[in-house]
Ligand binder design. Structure first.
Ligand code: PLP
Length: 413
């Protein structure tokens, strides 16, 4: 087995983006991997190859190139199935991203609740958590027949699991929660949470946007009903997401967005739909993006992922220890289990100012509320500086971050 240093050096070569210079010649130190991961060369080549030689729409073309494009698109579905260990490949639905997938679920499931409710005035209760990305709050708030209850966080940014049983009543029908927080990194203990919720008959939805690229995600082991993620956080192009749903759940789920490609028969007064996944993939999908995702997953599966992911954890520990040493730095989110996301604030300096000063050193971090207003409110901060490490980052880059943070503090004092 290659040493970790050799493995990281090798994997870095696969990302041309990492050789980019900024501000007229500074090497780029890229730590915004929770927002967007760069793509390896194999993904760039796949996009080029689709537009050079396989450019055709899929599924209904009877000619050679269209059949070939369709085969590649459906092979990508099989690759995703393998990557998250779904039982059937028709449990994988390609979407434009996590946000759209969660909106689809919120609309379709609330319509299901409305159709089966005996009492129009009684709202169905659902559970979210206070650490959700806005994408897992707003779509549910838009459904007027739902009453949302929130599982709170403890001071360290872990969920308060003791509060969960009290939130579940006879009116509660669903829980939707994040696997790993995008703003503070907390990994939620899904097996424990999902087991309790399933024992009460709740539908279970997992937002795996920040976990699927950084730890094993196995939908059969988790036994969740639905799981969603976006491709641009897993070394693939933008504009593609995955909605996983158990076969029997998808069969029951109503269509909320119809059109070409999803139908069996359209008459002027009614439409019948194909079985999943086609039922949920109306319109021309992002074909090149899906092929790019296929290549990104191939790239990941051809690497020693446990070794790479352990390196991310080592970077997290190394950076946390070093930043904690700096006077005035407060780490936001100190859960025991975290993905490689490190959020912090500095006493007396706005996170946006830190973000700008780090950029002057060529260091790309995110300084923002990270689309998690309730999480920011919990920690009583307007925003944080977030360094999100990928396996291609190095301890030398973390040293640059630590040095630049010290320098930024010095500038302000
Ligand atoms: N959920 C989490 C945990 C996220 O980190 C993000 C994006 O950062 C989203 C949902 C929304 O993903 P997208 O913008 O790809 O739809």
């Amino acid at each position: 087995m290659a040493t970790t240093t050799d493995a990281i050096a090798k994997v870095r070569q696969e990302f041309p983006f990492l050789r980019r210079k900024v501000h007229g010649g500074l090497p780029l130190t890229y730590f915004d991997n929770a927002a967007m991961t760069p793509v390896p060369s194999i993904v760039q080549q796949r996009l080029a190859s689709y537009y050079q030689s396989d450019t055709a729409n899929i599924h209904r073309g009877l000619y050679y190139v269209s059949v070939e494009a369709t085969r590649q698109y459906e092979d990508a579905r099989k690759r995703v199935q393998k990557f998250i260990n779904a039982k059937h490949c028709d449990e994988i639905i390609f979407m434009p991203g996590t946000t759209i997938a969660l909106n689809l679920l919120a609309q379709a499931i609330s319509a299901q609740f409305a159709a089966t409710s005996n009492n129009d005035s009684e709202k169905t209760e659902i559970i979210l958590t206070t650490m959700e990305h806005h994408s897992n709050i707003v779509p549910w708030q838009l459904q007027t027949n739902l009453c949302i209850k929130y599982l709170p966080m403890l001071a360290n940014g872990e969920l308060d699991l003791d509060a969960l049983p009290q939130l579940i009543s006879s009116k509660t029908k669903l829980i939707s929660l994040v696997h790993a927080s995008n703003s503070i990194g907390t990994i939620n203990p899904l097996p424990e949470i999902l087991q309790l919720c399933k024992a009460h008959g709740l539908i279970t939805i997992v937002d795996a946007a920040q976990s699927v690229g950084h730890m094993p995600v196995d939908v059969q082991t988790l036994d969740c009903d639905y799981l969603v993620f976006s491709s641009h956080k897993i070394y693939a192009p933008t504009g593609v997401g995955v909605l996983y749903g158990k076969q029997d759940m998808l069969k029951q789920l109503p269509v909320v967005s119809g059109g070409g490609g999803s139908i069996k028969q359209v008459d002027l007064d009614k439409t019948s739909f194909l079985p999943p996944p086609a039922k949920f993939e109306a319109g021309t999908p992002n074909i090149s993006g899906v092929l790019g995702l296929d290549s990104a997953l191939e790239f990941l599966m051809n690497n020693d992922l446990p070794q790479l992911w352990q390196h991310e954890q080592d970077l997290l520990s190394y950076a946390t220890a070093a930043l904690q040493e700096i006077d005035g730095v407060r780490i936001i989110g100190t859960a025991r289990q975290k993905v490689s996301i490190l959020s912090f604030v500095i006493a007396g300096i706005h996170p946006h100012d830190i973000g700008t000063l780090l950029d002057f050193e060529g260091i790309a971090v995110r300084a923002s509320h990270h689309c998690t207003h309730p999480t920011m409110k919990h920690f009583k901060v307007p925003a944080t500086v977030r360094a999100a490490f990928s396996f291609f980052n190095t301890t030398a880059e973390v040293d640059l971050l630590v040095k630049a943070v010290s320098k930024a503090i010095h500038t302000f004092r």
